[in-house]
Design a binder for this molecule. Sequence first.
Ligand code: GAP
Length: 459
Amino acid sequence: MGETAEQARNEEVTMEEIVALCKRRGFIFPSSEIYGGLGSTYDYGHYGVLLKNNVKAEWWRAMVGDRDDIVALDSAILQHPRVWEASGHLEGFTDPLVDCRTCKLRFRADKLEDAQCGQKPSKHPGEGPDCDLTDPRQFNLMFETHVGPVAGEGSEVYLRPETAQGIFINFKNVLQFARRKPPFGIAQVGKSFRNEITPGNFIFRTREFEQMEMEFFVPPDEADEWYQRWIEERRRWYEELGIRPDFLRVRPHDADELSHYSSATSDVEYLFPIGWSELEGIANRGDFDLTQHARFSGEKLEYFDQQTKERYVPHVIEPAAGADRATLAFLVDSYDAEEVEGRQRTVLRLHPRLAPVKVAVLPLVSKEGMPEKAREVYESLRRRLPAEFDEGGSIGKRYRRQDEIGTPWGVTVDGQTMEDDTVTLRDRDSLEQVRVPIEGLGEELAGRLEQPWRTPKLG
Ligand code: GAP
């Protein structure tokens, strides 16, 4: 790439274009829209659900399908309140907050230079003459609610702010019932909740989001090695799914950035339209969590090696990713706009395995038996892979619609199909059209889906 990634980023796509495409094509909508919306919450529509499901499926494939040292878990969102005492979240999961007495807005005290004053949006809070900021106070990011019909002392619980703790409190279960020995991992995907003071940038930072987390339990002397291995594994995962290497980087945390539980953390960052930002964190959590839960619960959370008679508390390496944030990165990185034969085309060059729809079946015209024939082809294809039948509007319009949702292949039923049972197969990226027999089409496409893929943006 001749220009820097930063220069290319500015020319390629803005966050506004991504938001507009998501709305236009039914990926993601602002939540509660008919009531005026609820800030920074989003609803996923049909293609958004399919895309995010594919992101999560690829994560599961990498964690559980492709290896045999990680097991799956789905723990409850509501957990015993002592969990959050032991984990340190009750005391330490806070951001410093200031209120402005004039505009009534709240800001993170450590991010004032990124925020905008509510009275004078061209300035930062504290800069305008009208600003009247309070002293910072610590604000806990956990959402509190109550169990049972009576609100009050003893009924408070929290919506989990990370999926990780559900894994630590099940360590003993997995050790016993899945009969695992370190190194082994427990993986979980699910919703987490944080009362973020400054959510924003579309689905990048919201108060309700999905995490994909894996806790990898290792003998203490193997922790450093596994930490490095997981950083590389996770960077590779994004690249194999099509993110361009120049738009990805690994950034080790400075000592003053580390979370209370971490002895080392590296972020996999993506160059979003808002700049380099965290996609995923890989942390060396040491024995912090198991030791804390053992202390608070009174249970032994350790591993006893029958052969060496050695007893130890495993150390933990944690790759922690966000499903929404990864989905946003795949949308941004795949977005492309080009002119083809004098017409503008917007296309999502998504990895075929991530694409919400793999193949669209289109009758060339709505007559001469073509819609019926196309429906037959569609019915047989959809048994093999996610397919869509589309007969509304001109063929050009339908291709453009499919390009915008990232459908890698288009099958057109035309006059020749009615004579020789062949169709045209169009490739989303090269726009090449080849004539292929209907028989064996499903197999052909299923085979293509399993091929390694490289984004055409890399040339
Ligand atoms: N268990 C460790 C942990 O939760 P984190 O860095 O706070 O670490 C992990 O979160 C990932 O979850 C982040 O890298 C990000 O992808 C996602 N995430 C965190 N907060 C988020 C938010 N408010 N909105 C969307 N995604 C978020």
